[in-house]
Design a protein around this ligand. Sequence first.
Ligand code: ARG
Length: 467
Amino acid sequence: MSKKDDKQTNPSWGGRFSEQTDAFVEAFTASVEFDKRMYRQDITGSKAHALMLQKTGVLSEPDYEAILKGLDTIIEEIESGTFEWSVSREDVHMNIEARLTELVGDAGKRLHTGRSRNDQVATDIRLYLREQINHIISQLVDLQTGLLQLAEREADTIMPGFTHLQVAQPVTFGHHMMAWFEMLQRDASRMHDCHVRMNVSPLGAAALAGTSYPIDRYLTAAELGFAAPAANSLDAVSDRDFAIEFCAASAILMTHLSRMAEEMVMWSSAQFDFIELPDRYCTGSSIMPQKKNPDVPELVRGKTGRVNGNLVSLLTLMKSQPLAYNKDNQEDKEPLFDTIDTVTACLRAFADMVPALVCKRDTMYSAAKQGFSTATDLADYLVRKGLPFRDAHEVVGKAVAYGVANGKDLSEMDINELKEFSAMIDDDVFKVLSLEGSVAARNHIGGTAPEQVRKAVAEARQRLKGG
Ligand code: ARG
């Protein structure tokens, strides 16, 4: 027995070491606690690699069969909770490989032929993230489907539209929901783009330079559903762009959810009183019995911070890394996984909560009547009668000043009062000054008219179906 065997160095790479790893260093460098969630992808990747080795004659048929059986046993062990994860085996890859060798002997030791953990981990993350992106896209579709129902239901509901959080012009609530829909539609498209760009196979890049075995990278790529093998081995093991891109797309998505959340928090306050959130999504106060707090939207708004932080973590992690693999890359997983978990939870909450919100149509309507929200309509009316827009703006400004001084909305002034500001104003003005008239007039693609909202909903349904 050699001296080094006495020291029990790591069986996977301990050959050149003469002293055991420091216990603190072992724990410090281990990733198994967080990368074990990729166990299925690790095993799927190993199966594809083993198949390729067998087809190219590197691995014998019996060894291949033994590996497959062993890997299936490992899945069962993991899923039934009997698998013993060990920090001394560092990561998900070495835990599974070591267990495989315990189960099937030398065949297990042959699995790593022509492969490195560097291409293995790059493959696992891509496989894992690909599934998660598909799940997130389907969650987005769920939330968007709810928004379409809500938009359709509230296509005629009038509320104030705001700029600078000051009442600007009346809009329909359905139109506002369709604005949210569009934000999410871009998020889904960004997720899709990220999926397409990341879908190349690092397998075969091995540690960094490729391998001397007669491997078939096209076979493993096809077997794993990748569009192609990654073109350059150095790039394949060191690229984490896809993780950054996913986190960037997630940060934008969370920014959208946060803006929606903020509106729901405001709208459900006593001061706005536009909507009622479902009780099951709110909590009470332990001291103030009257309180119903919009905790879920608030928390979604708050969680945007950690997702933004995760993006910055990844960008900073990758900055200045020389090619190819560096241990730094192990730090990619926690921000990535946290982003996935956060986005998934927030989308789940919103998909259930948003369609269940109840509109308080009367309060919205009264709020839209305040703040001279049809002032632009009066100006447009005068323009149609021949007044240049700037002059019309001036006339209406004076009418508004009069309204402010006398506590009257434009629609509450009688015809003689209105005529004081312009002789061009006739009885037909009242149709224009009504909230219904105002929204109905904005009847073009992308406008707030109820008719347009219904069209937009129908068109969006087609888009969601991929039509
Ligand atoms: N746990 C490692 C990671 O997440 C796997 C790759 C390790 N490769 C290496 N050469 N140390 O990045």
